[in-house]
Design a protein around this ligand. Structure first.
Ligand SMILES: Nc1ncnc2c1ncn2[C@@H]1O[C@H](COP(=O)(O)OP(=O)(O)OP(=O)(O)O)[C@@H](O)[C@H]1O
Length: 496
């Protein structure tokens, strides 16, 4: 996969998506930002990408990263996609306020999209203003970097740039643009769009295969195997979310990637008190995207992906090239889709085994712990660190979370199932159970200050949550859920 490269002093960008996928985008440029200023740069990510982090703080970088000026020679585009939103089909969504600047290729040959969010209205903007506010963009930065530090596949944040423009939300807010890096921005919704357009479907599938599963290029059964690979990645991804108590909040098909990366950090959050019905999105009144519903909902989204692939699999599966076999394609895709929940459950059982220090899953032990947790609603993250402390002979953290008589019978069974070396087991548990997650109240405090121009708390919180497993006694407050009286004036910055 090669293409001409646009080179500036900052970025060398390729554009294979624009070159190969006619009908899947419109060329578009960003809107003028009156006073662009780069607020935050992800130095580690910049270095990983072979970029000069210092150069990303310059006025030239601010022009490019705000979308005001396209990188010299680049073809910037708004990508087209559709999607099922809360179960209803929307035929045309697309990048309404975003642009793909191009693709960065690192020294190892890995290709990643460089994408701007909040850079102005595009052809797909519908009624929207094309903008984004500082709070939600810094929030996406924080939470996606926390996810990366937890080892969970995700898009990443390269920079946030203030535009110098005031935008209207519930109140006037400073505008900003997030520069996001992803292994691609191909979504289930991209395939739903391509299916209904017709012509782009096969090119899109072949492009996605070449980009994400090059081992399948040219295979006679590549479309079915591609589907299986995506099913497997999504099963692994959602199991990782469940294992850390992450709730995405808007699992529409346009927010389900082919790469298996988490995308679009809107009304997402980590659960504090354990309750499988937890929902953070104020518009999700039915709880469609509640914590416990995430695996079946991703399965539902993958069914929409399967539907999009029927014509391609039907042509490949048929003995006669002129007679696509739709029934056989549906049967084959349904068979693969039917493995999704089992794959997810197997991944999740392994995660929960590791979380309680076992080498092998023990479903009765895990289910029974969850039953106790459902009843007493302890802090989800804190419980697993408290169990490790229990092994070290320190009962206090667990006693602060769950009454001893409620957990004692379970603890007896757990001790009996554990390996002998309790100190080593506790250390292994601490390597998979984070102590620091982006707690909602701390994110709120940091973003409130950042919106008023003070980034110190944001930087501090970012530093803590990007080392999520390393306990530091000086950071005790970062490991605690919100105090009971925090609620007043609580803002979520989950909006747009
Ligand atoms: N302020 C806005 N102006 C124009 N379009 C918008 C705006 N906010 C959202 N959209 C569009 O509405 C759709 C759904 O929005 P959603 O919030 O899921 O996506 P997003 O956060 O903008 O982008 P992404 O999914 O790439 O992270 C997308 O097509 C998006 O481009």
């Amino acid at each position: 996969m090669t293409s001409s490269a646009a080179t500036s002093t900052l970025f060398t960008l390729e554009n294979t998506f624009a070159r190969d996928l006619e009908g899947m985008f419109v060329p578009f440029v960003g809107e003028h930002a009156p006073d662009p200023r780069v607020l935050v740069v992800n130095t580690d990510l910049a270095e990983e990408l072979g970029l000069d982090p210092e150069a990303l703080h310059t006025a030239e970088a601010a022009q490019i990263l705000s979308g005001s000026t396209p990188p010299p020679g680049a073809t910037t585009i708004a990508m087209a996609y559709s999607g099922h939103q809360f179960g209803g089909y929307q035929p045309l969504l697309g990048d309404g306020r975003a642009l793909l600047l191009g693709e960065l290729v690192d020294a190892e040959g890995a290709r990643r999209d460089l994408h701007l969010k909040g850079s102005g209205r595009t052809r797909f903007a519908r009624g929207g203003d094309g903008r984004a506010a500082i709070g939600p963009m810094l929030r996406e930065y924080l939470i996606s970097e926390a996810m990366h530090a937890l080892g969970i596949p995700t898009t990443r944040a390269l920079a946030v740039t203030a535009t110098g423009q005031t935008i209207m939300r519930d109140a006037p807010e400073p505008g900003a643009v997030l520069a996001r890096v992803a292994s691609s921005h191909i979504r289930v919704g991209s395939f739903e769009f391509a299916l209904r357009q017709g012509d782009p479907l096969q090119p899109l599938a072949d492009y996605a295969i070449a980009r994400h599963h090059p081992d399948l290029v040219g295979a006679d059964d590549r479309y079915l195997r591609f589907f299986e690979a995506v099913v497997d990645k999504q099963a692994a991804l959602v199991a990782q979310w469940m294992a850390v108590g992450f709730i995405h909040g808007v699992l529409n098909t346009d927010n389900t990637t082919i790469s298996g990366e988490t995308i679009d950090y809107g009304p997402c959050a980590f659960m504090d008190a354990y309750d499988p019905a937890t929902v953070f999105s104020s518009i999700d009144v039915q709880g469609r995207y509640a914590y416990t519903n995430q695996p079946p909902v991703i399965g539902w989204n993958l069914a929409r992906f399967a539907e999009s692939l029927i014509p391609l699999v039907a042509a490949q599966i048929s003995a006669d090239p002129d007679e696509p076999d739709t029934d056989a394609a549906i049967a084959a895709l349904t068979g693969v889709l039917g493995t999704f929940l089992d794959r997810h459950d197997a991944h999740l059982a392994r995660h929960f085994a590791a979380k309680i220090g076992l080498a092998e899953p023990d479903s009765a032990l895990i289910d029974d712990l969850q039953t106790v947790m459902r009843e007493h609603r302890p802090d989800f993250t804190g419980t697993f660190r408290a169990l490790a402390e229990e092994l070290r002979g320190n009962s206090r953290p667990l006693d602060d979370l769950i009454p001893r008589d409620a957990i004692a019978p379970w603890l007896d069974r757990w001790h009996a199932a554990l390996p002998e070396a309790e100190e080593a087991t506790a250390a292994a548990m601490d390597r998979v159970n984070p102590i620091y997650i982006p707690r909602n109240h701390l994110v709120d405090i940091a973003l409130r200050a950042a919106t008023e121009g003070d980034l110190e708390k944001f930087e501090m919180l970012l530093g803590v949550i990007t080392r999520p497993f390393d306990a530091d006694p000086a950071l005790g407050a970062y490991a605690q859920p919100a105090p009971d009286d925090f609620g007043e004036g609580f803002q979520t910055f989950c909006g747009t």
